[in-house]
Write a protein that binds this ligand. Sequence first.
Ligand SMILES: *Cc1c(COP(=O)(O)O)cnc(C)c1O
Length: 411
Amino acid sequence: MATINDNYLKLKAGYLFPEIARRVNGFAETNPDAKIIRLGIGDVTEPLPAACRTAMINAVEEMGDRATFKGYGPEQGYAWLREKIAAHDFQSRGCDIDASEIFVSDGSKCDTGNILDIFGNDNTIAVTDPVYPVYVDTNVMAGHTGAATNRGEFEGLVYLPITAENQFTAEIPTQKVDLIYLCFPNNPTGATATREHLQAWVDYAKAHGSIIFFDAAYEGFIADPEIPHSIYEIKEAKDCAIEFRSFSKNAGFTGIRCALTVVPKTLLAKAADGSNIELWKLWNRRQSTKFNGVSYIVQRGAEAVYSEEGQTQTRSLIHFYMENAKIIREQLTGAGLQVYGGVNAPYVWVQTPNSLSSWDFFDKLLHTCNVVGTPGSGFGAAGEGYFRLSAFNSRENVETAMKRITEKFKA
Ligand SMILES: *Cc1c(COP(=O)(O)O)cnc(C)c1O
């Protein structure tokens, strides 16, 4: 009989969101009149910018004419999109990134998992705690870890706590790690990384020959001009970092699907024979073999994000969500809760009151306010005692949810 990849059996059975659904459905059954508001989701809610819609409609029409019809495109993405990304997202911020170093894809979730294809199986891997679960689970699937401990951590991974105690910075490890996943602005904590913090990581990576996987999915939400949007704003990051970006959150593309990965040509890693190999060549080979590019229509939609109209519309979309975040922050603070994040990121990270566990606070909020959030412990052991609220929702839902919470929590 055929055998399976046994590493899949080590995965914890997708615990967090099914458990949330189980508790919410149970409550809804016994309280059919409760108007439950979900502030737990990490998905956008507002319509796609008009500039993107118009560009995609035009692209569909081009497909209907033999003269402008498009078949397979370049696996790496069309040059016109890669050039706009390079100029607008990188060169305009002083980052020396060339269009040829940008690989357009159908999502950062896929890219952050797929990137492991081009790395060896003997690397030491560091993740933050709490963490975007994709980074951990893809390493488990690839056989890079041992079994899960009863703390829910995987043997063999190095966990870097990000908590209030360390001002939500991932502390530089004392040991040598080869691959490091960083996500700033952070999901789930809403924390950001300063230039000094990222410089310390780049210095560490350069000193140890490590590669940083920098997930900048939320860079569009940065309001503070001092905070870097790209790791390549840090000197010498081109020698030690791969950056992931996505149109999902800043342009509402979660259902359309378009993202990009930057692999600088200067990035090297070691082969078994000790020689240094360009990672760009391997990723180019990997994408050309296992991926056939993002649809022409979607790439035209993504290109429209960089038009004047698209810029105005995406900025107002982000502004809308960040107003929600501001309302959440202010209302919860007024109700006596300690909150973090929500200033340069669409997530507000709430410290649970009275040392309640994340799940006890989840139940309390569900039962007394009919509001659903995400227990911090679901993102890692260091998330215990925290709770994530998302700003991705309608203004009405956010205002109603905050009204209910302040009424219940105000002493
Ligand atoms: C939403 C999100 C992404 C984007 O994923 P896509 O597959 O591009 O939709 C990437 N990283 C993090 C941490 C996210 O929360």
